[in-house]
Design a protein around this ligand. Structure first.
Ligand SMILES: Cc1ncc(C[n+]2csc(CCOP(=O)(O)OP(=O)(O)O)c2C)c(N)n1
Ligand code: SF4
Length: 247
């Protein structure tokens, strides 16, 4: 059968995928698949998935894929890149993995300007473990562990990941925040991030605003409304650091 809309780099045998209906992970991975096809890098890409719902992508692509411990995808992918700089190495994780348990790795990889690409799914909660508060949970947002809404006096403000990375990353780094609500733009950001790695410029990082309807307990309309109108008030979509521009 011919699947014209499906990226060539996707593993057809693992479809339909394992994410919940309406989850944003599949859209982000579609953007990544399209970029792998366009750049013709399928045979030299290594894809690393974290613990969290990102692990459900362990067989998503026909590319070499490695599953790491929670929060450790960045250092594992860094090691692979250092061992073989010819490879295109992509670390894929959630906001819990990247901004909580793995934040030290993210910060230090950015500071060292590791020539890897990190794609981080921001769905404002710990999806796989049942919807606990994440570093990205919005002020007042209800989760399993903040039943009365996130209290910033007690837990601080949500992590602004791309802003943090852009502030510490060296020249040559590429940093952006996209959204599953704009596939074309997201694909463009991911392409620039991977091209930045291929050019040997340095670290590249794309945060993706995404939906978790299962734990948000939202229908399709409410899910998209939360991503497009609520999350974007706090998390501004766009490029934050582009090599050669304003450095
Ligand atoms: C070292 C370690 N600590 C905690 C856990 C439990 N755990 C599994 S997934 C997860 C959170 C995942 O949330 P996130 O990274 O935001 O990804 P999502 O599932 O939302 O995509 C946690 C805390 C674990 N597996 N290993
Ligand atoms: S729990 Fe949330 S993030 Fe995980 S697959 Fe389901 S909708 Fe997606």
């Amino acid at each position: 059968m011919n699947y014209p809309q499906i990226p060539k780099s996707w593993n057809i045998e693992s479809k339909p995928h394992k994410f919940c209906p309406g989850c944003g992970h599949g859209i982000a991975l579609k953007a990544l698949g399209m970029v792998i096809d366009e750049l013709g890098i399928q045979d030299k890409t290594v894809f690393g998935v974290d613990i969290g719902c990102s692990l459900l992508a362990w067989d998503f692509f026909n590319v070499d894929t490695i599953q790491t411990h929670h929060g450790r995808t960045t250092p594992v992918i860094t090691g692979i890149k250092r061992a073989n700089p010819e490879l295109i190495t992509i670390a894929y994780m959630g906001d819990g993995g990247g901004y909580a348990i793995g934040s030290q790795h993210l910060v230090n990889a950015a500071a060292r300007n590791e020539k890897i690409t990190v794609i981080l799914i921001n769905n404002t909660n710990y999806g796989m473990t049942g919807g606990q508060m994440a570093p990205t949970t919005l002020p007042g947002q209800k989760t399993e562990t903040t039943p009365y809404g996130r209290d910033v006096d007690e837990t601080g403000y949500p992590t602004l990941g791309p802003e943090m990375v852009a502030a510490i990353a060296r020249e040559g780094a590429y940093v952006a925040r996209g959204t599953v609500a704009n596939l074309r733009q997201l694909k463009g950001f991911i392409k620039k991030a991977i091209e930045n790695q291929m050019a040997g410029n340095g670290f590249s990082f794309v945060e993706v605003l995404s939906g978790c309807p299962t734990n948000w307990r939202t229908n399709a309309k409410e899910t998209w409304d939360f991503i497009e109108n609520t999350m974007t008030q706090y998390f501004k979509v766009g490029e934050l650091k582009v090599p050669g521009k304003g450095e």
